[in-house]
Each structure stands twice: as structure tokens, then as C-alpha cells.
Design a protein around this ligand. Structure first.
Ligand SMILES: [Zn+2]
Length: 343
């Protein structure tokens, strides 16, 4: 099969012919129609997160099952699928409680410790494939449907994690990024008032189009002060921080009003300071949100099938153009998501 292979961290893709994957017991192979190209996998390509090389990256796939190994039930040849990003075990107490991101036997990520979707075929443990619902025209929109499993499902999970209710004010830090813009879209879908915070003003038109009511240019103004002004001094209900640098986390907490919630995801894991007295007096919640559950992906696929939401994918190219596409991802030039068309 054709595959885009990374031989080492921070090197260009090499288009190669590699052996077709063969499913072992409990595994399945899918033909890949499209695969999303987000910053998460660019971090792997650039060598900013550890991975095993040589490697085929990519996890936001739309595919069709072509072969199943011994003992696989619930999947058959021809089934349209997307994939779960974490190699969870499927049988620990967390997996059985539908909290798969907390799996205590987590083996890593698709496209990081095993080959991913930048190839004509992908082999995974069968339980990682998630069937697509009827009503999703996956042959016509494979790029958009592929990215639902992360770009839509991650913000959808945040809506639940932070208990975002209609009419609440939600500030999205890093709003212009691929996840940020979909967070705006999903918070708007949840009938919240949405404030986009970013340092890239060229992304603000897209933020408004995605549903932002207001934008804050944090390169020009203090985000915390701006958020207080925009809420008449009451503070925001929820801060969702995709940057999660010390400064943005502290700005987010400072801007929370009574009963405020801060959600951290992404970032480099830096510590930040918060007053425990503020937490007590305002009854603040400080929350982490780690990827999504399978159920959340299924919910989002259903929402897309019903026409409630639709991913923003603005740069779709053939597999051979992966390098040029990733240069744009690295520079933060893509609005929403980029994706490769493969099958
Ligand atoms: Zn588990």
C-alpha cells in the first residue's frame, strides 16, 4: 500500500510502498478514505512529543472495513467507520465505566505507538473502530466526517465536563486554533454566549463565522480585563483553555465569576496559581478534560448525521501533498481543520 512514512522526528514525509497490514486475532483493517491533519499529529511529526519511528501518523479517519481477524464480532467487511484515538484496553474499570480516556492500561495513541491513517489501509484493535450512523454521506464528505472523532467530539466533551448551560458566557482561549474554532461552534450550538480569545487577529473573522459573539485580541489587550468589561464586572461562567500556558490559565481563573468553571486541555503541563479563597468564595471548579469517550464520538456522529453540526475543514489535499499541508498546520495558517483525501 501507499503510505506517508516519517523516518525520524522532524523530517519530511516519505511516500513509500509498504506491505498491506494483515489483521491478527482481535484486529481489523480498514481502507482509509480520508484523515484529518491537526496540530496534535504535527507535534508528533515535529518531534515535540515522543513516538516510535518509522511511523505513519494520523487518527481522524473515515474508512471502510476490508478485513477482520479471528474472534472479531460486531464489525464486518464494508462497514463505514471512524477510529478512537487512544489504545485503551476495553476491560478495566474505567473502560467498563465508559471513561475510556482514564484507562489504567492505556497503551498510547493511534499514529504514535502504532501506525495511523496516512496510508491506504490502517490496522487497529477492532474495538477502536466506531461504526458510522446511517445518514452520514461518508463517501461524499470523508474529510469532514473523519475529523468529528476529535475536532468535534473534544469540544462536545467540554460542554458536558463544564456543564455549560444556555445563556452562560464561555470564553475560549486559543479560539483561532483547530479545536478552538470548533469549541466556539459547539458552545454556540449549546446556546451559550461565546467570547473568542486569541493573539492572531487574522483568525477573528473565522471565529465570528463559527459563532463567537465577541472577540478579544490578547496580543493588544489584557484578556482578563477585557472579559470583565464584556460581562459588566460579573466575570465569565466558563473559561476553556486550549493554550493552557501559565499566563492564560491564570487569566482564565481571574476572569471567572461566581460558580465559574475553568477547563484545561492541551498546553505543556505548566503549573499555575489560583487563590484557594477565591475558589471557596466563588465556588469555582478547576477541571481537566482529556480527549473523549467512545460514547461522545457516537453522539457527535449522530449530531452530524442529523444536520445539527458540521466540522469546519478548509484545506483538503491528496495524500501526496501531506508535507505542504503540514507546513501550513505548523505555521497555524489553517482555519479549522485540514485533511488528506486518501482512498
Ligand atoms: Zn482500560
Amino acid at each position: 500500500m501507499k503510505a506517508m512514512v516519517l523516518k525520524a522526528p522532524n523530517t519530511p514525509f516519505v511516500l513509500e510502498n509498504v506491505p498491506d497490514p494483515v489483521p491478527g486475532p482481535g484486529e481489523a483493517v480498514a481502507r482509509v478514505l480520508a484523515c484529518g491533519s491537526g496540530l496534535t499529529i504535527q507535534h508528533v511529526k515535529a518531534g515535540r512529543v515522543p513516538a516510535k519511528f518509522p511511523l505513519i501518523i494520523g487518527h481522524e479517519i473515515t474508512g471502510e472495513i476490508v478485513e477482520t481477524g479471528a474472534g472479531v464480532a460486531g464489525l464486518k467487511t464494508g462497514d463505514p467507520v471512524t477510529a478512537y484515538f487512544y489504545l485503551n484496553c476495553g476491560h478495566c474499570r474505567w473502560c467498563l465505566s465508559q471513561l475510556e480516556p482514564l484507562c489504567e492500561n492505556l497503551a498510547g495513541n493511534v499514529g504514535r505507538v502504532c501506525d495511523g491513517g496516512y496510508a491506504e489501509y490502517i490496522k487497529l484493535p477492532a474495538h477502536l473502530f466506531i461504526g458510522l450512523p446511517e445518514g452520514l454521506d461518508y463517501r461524499r464528505h470523508p474529510a469532514e466526517i473523519g475529523v468529528i472523532s476529535d475536532a468535534i467530539a473534544t469540544p462536545y466533551k467540554v460542554l458536558r465536563r463544564a456543564r455549560i448551560r444556555p445563556g452562560e458566557t464561555v470564553a475560549v482561549f486559543g479560539a483561532g486554533g483547530g479545536l478552538g474554532i470548533h469549541m466556539i461552534m459547539m458552545a454556540r450550538w449549546a446556546r451559550a454566549r461565546v467570547i473568542a480569545v486569541d493573539i492572531a487577529p487574522e483568525k477573528f473573522d473565522a471565529c465570528r463565522k463559527a459563532g463567537a459573539d465577541e472577540v478579544v485580541d490578547a496580543s493588544q489587550t489584557d484578556a482578563g480585563t477585557a472579559l470583565m468589561d464584556l460581562t459588566d464586572g460579573r466575570g465569565i461562567d466558563v473559561a476553556v483553555d486550549f493554550v493552557s500556558a501559565t499566563s492564560t490559565l491564570e487569566a482564565g481563573v481571574a476572569a471567572l465569576g461566581r460558580h465559574g468553571r475553568l477547563v484545561t486541555l492541551g498546553g505543556a503541563g505548566k503549573p499555575f496559581q489560583v487563590s484557594s479563597m477565591d475558589m471557596l468564595h466563588k465556588e469555582l471548579d478547576l477541571l481537566g478534560s482529556r480527549y473523549v469517550t467512545r460514547r461522545e464520538i457516537i453522539d457527535c456522529l449522530d449530531l452530524a448525521a442529523r444536520g445539527e453540526i458540521w466540522p469546519i475543514v478548509t484545506d483538503i489535499r491528496p495524500l501526496e501533498a501531506a508535507e505542504a499541508l503540514h507546513e501550513r498546520v505548523e505555521k497555524g495558517e489553517v482555519i479549522g481543520r485540514a485533511a488528506l483525501l486518501i482512498g
